[in-house]
Write a protein that binds this ligand. Sequence first.
Ligand code: NAP
Ligand code: L37
Length: 302
Amino acid sequence: MSEQTPSTTTRVIDGKLAAERVRQEVAVAVAERRTRGLRAPGLATVLVGADPASAVYVRNKRKAAEGAGIISVHHELPAETTTAELLACVAALNVDDTVDGILVQLPLPKHIDEHAVLVAITPAKDVDGFHPDNVARLAMGLKGGFVPCTPLGCLRLLDDEGVTLAGLHAVVVGRSNIVGKPMASLLLQRDATVTIAHSKTKNLAELTRSADIVVAAVGRVKMLGREHIKPGAIVIDVGINRGADGKLCGDVDFDAIQGIALAATPVPGGVGPMTIAMLLQNTLTSFDRATGSLTSTAKKAP
Ligand code: NAP
Ligand code: L37
């Protein structure tokens, strides 16, 4: 991580492999609970309308849940669904004792009141961590809530890299409620010095060049290049974009930062798979709280 000695090769942080490991950990934990005679954990997914990317993500989330022994209940509602109808669906899931986690995939069709829906999900089953109670818990550093899956996955990748975050300068590019802000809270909680950049930030390259850790969550094709990265920095690319060639790519120009960054996540195969793995972990945490079956094998929420 020294500024003077740029690494010659940039390590690829393999999110796919790390995600498989987390999924396996969850599968083992679920099996252990079944041997104790407990029911299987349940995850309810709700998809409204036909956004193709959302449909892929939800399908992958359900498949991953089932692979770990979690029962997946899926509700697919037409694009014309009203806010009231969606709220009724959420209300039923809130009181269903077989459901530990409720995930309403975003974005919702424009006519639906997204805030009303997120607030309606009971915080104890809010495995996405989007309910204001859970947002507040994270901001205040209180345990017992849920942290959004994508930033939680980024943190896990940094932990797996063996990075000690205390005292490092982390720059988070993007300030959304689902990625940028919770990511900044998590890094701050680990004693990093955190800067959040956004569309009004001046001299972005100068700022990110002072970072030991860069987390890019913008949604713009390869917007961070070699001029944005300090030699030896670690780069976490959350962006999922379609490039001009029609292929998936991140917010970071992965090829351009080779030999500069110490390590970086690719897209695909970086943060995306970790988002899904952390959803399973949050669902297990919710199950353990509901059944009072926390053991040493259960992962604590940070
Ligand atoms: P979002 O809500 O659109 O937020 C984008 C953020 O980027 C905003 O804060 C925006 O600033 C900032 N921004 C835009 N242009 C900028 C610029 N030129 N310089 C600096 N900042 C700029 O997006 P999101 O939901 O956080 O998602 C970000 C990306 O991550 C997307 O590509 C999304 O598909 C992807 N994503 C991936 C996963 C995963 O699991 N890998 C999960 C969720 C999202 P303002 O606030 O000033 O507008
Ligand atoms: N928890 N996450 C939660 N709730 C939401 O409402 N929108 C949303 C959300 N975002 C989300 O699920 N993002 C996401 C993004 C990418 C992947 C998974 C989830 C993913 O698996 N990406 C793969 C590529 C998948 C593909 O081929 O399209 C990757 O390797 O990055």
